[in-house]
Design a protein around this ligand. Sequence first.
Ligand code: IPE
Ligand code: IPE
Ligand code: MG
Length: 247
Amino acid sequence: MTDEKMPRHVAIIMDGNGRWAKERGLERVYGHQKGVETVRRIVEAAGEIGLEYLTLYTFSIENWNRPKAEVDALMGLMVDAIIRETPDLMEKHVKVLVIGNVADLPETVRQKLGELEAKTAANDGVKLVLALSYGARWEITEAARRIAEACRSGKIGDVDEITESLFATYLTTAGIPDPDLLIRTSGECRLSNFLLWQCAYTEFYFIDKFWPDFEKDDLYLAIRNFQLRERRFGMTGEQLKAGNAGK
Ligand code: IPE
Ligand code: IPE
Ligand code: MG
């Protein structure tokens, strides 16, 4: 893959595990198991093409409303996957980061995630950001609450200090560049409360395949499609061609 207009950060809404299983007359949990294999494949692909950040929407705050048996199965799968995949992630130099309302996760999951983050902290390969118990409205509300606290305690001395860049440092994604490309599988064309702040200028790519069927080539195609787009950030195409933004 050419370096030309290579996205720095690709985020993926991994959707369609349940429907993949149902189509085969299987329980939804089999779709989630199969989905873990896709995660392995796509993390590997990200390393091969030298992607800097890969964010995976793994479990949303709203997903807590699913039947308890499915939530429990997903949590169990997560722990198993972490244990099984850690050696491979180490070998691939992947650095794992977690975003979301981690405090709501069961203790075992939190502990395994903490270990994984600590173990991979010094790795210099792909940064794999797992969005877990994540919701963008929760994240933005939480940032507002913490900023209000900082104002009250005097850490922020004047409300004029609250700029977009300061606000971003209160989000769970502080320090992570905004996604350049967001992919959603399964044919649904919505954000489902994912990275609402960070996707202000992200390019969207929707693919009509369930997550278990998503292949490395699908990722490459999405990136090729991204490379053909012109990102104007509010400017005119002529300005961009002339390289004289703001003139
Ligand atoms: C995505 O697949 C995985 C999670 C949301 C945890 P789904 O479980 O949403 O599968 P569908 O969309 O019901 O097919
Ligand atoms: C979004 O998928 C969340 C994840 C992929 C983790 P959902 O399947 O939960 O989204 P909706 O409910 O169809 O919008
Ligand atoms: Mg879904």
